[in-house]
Design a protein around this ligand. Structure first.
Ligand SMILES: [Fe+2]
Length: 386
């Protein structure tokens, strides 16, 4: 009888054993002119790698493709969230990739016992590749959404502004969710919709809004949305535009009861301002034809401003005002407004996008044209910057 039970238990164990699965992604993050990071999540702990190949007409299996690993201090790491940076890419070139995760069954001292491998192949006819950013590209297009607050119908409608093969990049300018108590909210709120439509091949860049700072899972932000600097503020150069992505932190004073003694955003902003001083002095910033700033909370509103945007303005605007900024794109108020330099402390315009419109920007040597498009696809406002 005992033997029978043992055999039955073994059989059930084998029968119920599930192969490792990729449950989220893969999706592209932090794509620059020379690097790209791929993020994905497995249902079991695994050690992972990415193989990458140029899209040059050769079959993916034509030669051994270079492998890239997630490492920490020279050691490959394993877990369920996988984030692998591909390095050494050429600007404006097209690449494809595959991601693989080998299950870690168990460990004993320094020994690791592995199980099955799961792979997602992002190449071939279905996935014809992604482009690295290209500072020499003659015309570019990007779209901006913000303040979606995990409303799926808004995501679906506003992502109609995304045009495959035309839209180079997507910016999510903050408050894509209302709080981050768990990872599901991020994926259900906006990441899954992005992956389904474009994010395997076109990057989105998440500009942290004040709502993305809230909730116990908010400190995992960079695990899922890595950036070129390892901070939530960074720069990009693409076409004629030098992008400066800023993080304005929370909206109320750090001591507000709502933050439960966890907010230290004034210090964070001061450190960010020091970084920004170096950015505006860089050759990339000075030599670009246009300089576009993205920041979730706009420093507008005079005496009605809350502490967060007010202090961000006090710290960042004196620096940005010396940098010949073309335009700042913001959100947060949920209402459209176009704020000329006469009405703010900035010497450049601040365009605030509403929660139910998208910005579609076309950039070429003649200037930046930005259409404000509503959920039905109607252009509500048009702006040009030269
Ligand atoms: Fe906000």
């Amino acid at each position: 009888m005992k033997k029978f039970l043992l055999i039955a238990a073994l059989f059930c164990g084998i029968y119920s054993a599930q192969a490792i699965k990729i449950i989220r992604g893969p999706y592209l993050q932090s794509v620059t002119d020379t690097e790209a990071t791929v993020v994905w999540v497995t249902d079991k702990e695994a050690i992972s790698w990415v193989e990458c190949a140029p899209v040059d007409g050769s079959n993916f299996y034509n030669v051994e493709r270079p492998k890239f690993y997630q490492t920490y201090l020279g050691k490959r790491v394993f877990g369920t969230v996988h984030q692998v940076k591909i390095k050494g890419l050429k600007p404006g070139h097209k690449y494809c990739y595959s991601v693989s995760s080998k299950e870690v069954l168990h460990t004993k001292r320094n020994r690791i016992h592995y199980g099955d491998v799961v792979t997602a192949r992002i190449y071939g006819r279905k996935y014809p590749g992604f482009y690295t950013l290209d500072p020499k590209k003659e015309s570019t297009q990007f779209i901006v959404l913000n303040d979606i607050h995990a409303k799926q119908e808004k995501m679906d409608a506003l992502l109609n502004t995304f045009k495959k093969g035309k839209t180079d990049m997507v910016f999510y300018n903050g408050d894509m969710v209302s709080h981050v108590p768990n990872v599901d909210i991020l994926f259900d709120g906006f990441v899954n919709a992005s992956i389904n439509l474009f994010a395997k091949q076109t990057p989105f860049y998440l500009v942290r809004g004040n709502h993305e700072t809230r909730g116990i899972f908010a400190t995992s932000f960079l695990d899922y949305f890595p950036t070129p600097t390892g901070k939530t503020y960074f720069t990009l150069k693409h076409g004629d535009v030098f992008f400066i992505i800023l993080d304005g932190g929370e909206d109320k004073p750090d001591s507000d009861l709502e933050y439960y003694e966890t907010a230290v955003y004034d210090q964070f902003r001061r450190e960010e301002a020091e970084w920004l001083k170096g950015v505006v002095e860089s050759e990339d910033c000075k030599n670009a034809k246009y300089r576009v700033v993205l920041m979730h909370m706009p420093p507008i509103g005079g005496k009605n401003m809350w502490h967060g945007p007010k202090y961000s303005g006090e710290l960042f605007l004196p620096i940005l005002n010396k940098a010949n900024i073309t335009v700042m794109l913001a959100g947060h108020t949920h209402r459209y407004s176009y704020n000329t330099p006469e009405t703010t402390d900035a010497n450049f315009p601040i365009l605030v996008n509403a929660h139910n419109t998208a910005l579609k920007a076309n950039v070429d040597s003649n200037g930046i044209k930005i259409d404000v498009i509503d959920m039905s696809g109607t252009i509500k406002h048009r702006h040009s910057f030269e």
